[in-house]
Design a protein around this ligand. Sequence first.
Ligand SMILES: *Cc1c(COP(=O)(O)O)cnc(C)c1O
Length: 630
Amino acid sequence: MQNDRSWTEINLTNFEHNLKELRNFLSPGIEIMQIVKADAYGHGAFQIAERAVKCGVTFLGVANVDEGMLLRYQGIEIPILILSPSLENEIERIIGSGLTPSVSTVDFAEKLGNYTKSKDIRIKIHINIDTGMGRSGIYAKEAIEIIKKIRNLENLEIEGIFSHYSASENDQKYTQDQLKKFKQILSQLDFSPEYTHISNSSAVITSKDDFSNLVRIGLLSYGVYSDKSLEEKVNLKPVMTFKSRISQIKIADKGESIGYNRTYIASKKIKYAILPVGYADGYDFMLSNKGKVLIKEKICNIVGKVSMDMIAVDVSNLNKIDVNDKVILLGDENSNLRAENLTGLFNGSSYEILCQVGRRAKRYYKDNGKIIDSSPLLRRDFVSTDYSDEKLNFIIETAIEQRLQSKEIANLIYSDVLKRFFAERDKEICYRNNFVHTIEFKETKSAFLKDYFLVNTTLTFNKKLQNDYFYVACAKNENLLEKYFLRKDVEYRWLLDNNFDLETEFFDITSVKINEIELYNDIKISGGCIEIRCYHQKLKELVGKEVNFSISTRTYYPQSSHQLSVYIIEMTQGVNIEFIFNKLLQKVEAVPIFSGRNKFPQIENKKDSISISSQKDEWIFPNSGVVFVY
Ligand SMILES: *Cc1c(COP(=O)(O)O)cnc(C)c1O
């Protein structure tokens, strides 16, 4: 926070407090669905979901398949209901990620049913009835008939039936009408689903019912009142606080204007502060000349229009203030800054301001006053569609699958890759750069080896050193080599021709260095593998630093193979792979299988070598590679 221009603090202790307060309104046995759509109203879906699960919540609610998938990738396992209607093309991903779709039309139910039938599976769905919200859901008057139809689809199980209130926070009459309609429909069915639910968080307080067994809690759990009348009924604490700091202090004399279009003109000499947030940070434009911020416990008014990246506040009443002083923009316990009161200034929506605030801000998660987690700047809140780019899936998965001959492990690695890209993007990804691999074929001398080429390989790259040792591994078949692909401490792997014995005569390290330090190596031959541990006492002090690896080996390769594959199995930036065949081969072609932004590396044919290379700063995804065909 020290270095942040603006940041949000998410107070998980307050979140827990609010959940507890709301739970007090529920009869025993009623379950809670925590609504975490739109990145948990801007609070961070994963962290909120995780905490909610810890508090005993049994369902999560999201808006769409992408939000649900992201939570699955992040390891959330409890049932997740997709509240909005889904599209046909999302069915495969919904089911693949174990999400529960809501169903608002027979047509979609049938499409779902066809899909599950073709896969010979059965999935749970929740049916959405429109009892007066006038948004998604089947018409109340058609509900009985449609539910019957859907019930006939064998591969769907109606786990839940639900509806949604339009104005449970302030229109009791309409709310009761909706409730009555819902109850009527349910009572006419010849079965009862496991879950019936209609209440959002406001209704938990304003409109109890005696037949639902699940409630969907959103806004109030984030500590924002949906209506003034609820303030005396329940004690809620804001979960999100949006903060920034003063970046400049200025004076405007009487008659001078502040900001675009001169909407504020000083009626006397004032002192004002510039804060480095604007509507691009989610600070609503409608707060121009209206908003309030808190500096040193004092409320200060926004003067002039909110700009894209800046606002100005009147600080005339503050004596001792300075550049860098903290400013609270939203969500403190000071009631002026509560989301509902700030948006009240312009008849806006507190839901909306929560979702948009802090777009450029890092989030800090606090528990009992301590920061326990943070998420990075420029959050990528949703899994966008490029995430499941069919082609990228295909390339990565098949490449791994072919190499490992195991679809299961291919799948595992693939989701691991995605996780690293999208879910843990603030954590450090270890990657290689300046990857230069040379493979040189030479003639063999002995008669015994006449069907083979002698192969000298050298691999150099830069990478952050993880341990004070690493391994080089060699195995005679792919299954044995497989386990070395999964190990993070193995930097080089080689598949040895089956005809050779596992001896260093046929595969050996000729030199292995880190930053010019020649490493020791211990060779272990067992279980069909040669495992070479490379180490040096000097490596201890290099751990955590980026170092230069250089690994050279000598081995043999069957002439009859007619192809040689080189794999890139880690995130790599800048690749150059050269195959030198020294007049031993006639015609060599390189077939690159590159995934990354640029799938077509540069190929250069020379008289007795061929090389492929990417730009220095270009990312190559794991499980890319090249096959040299001769
Ligand atoms: C967003 C949403 C909720 C949560 O509503 P709050 O007013 O935030 O408690 C509940 N149900 C559905 C269907 C929703 O879309």
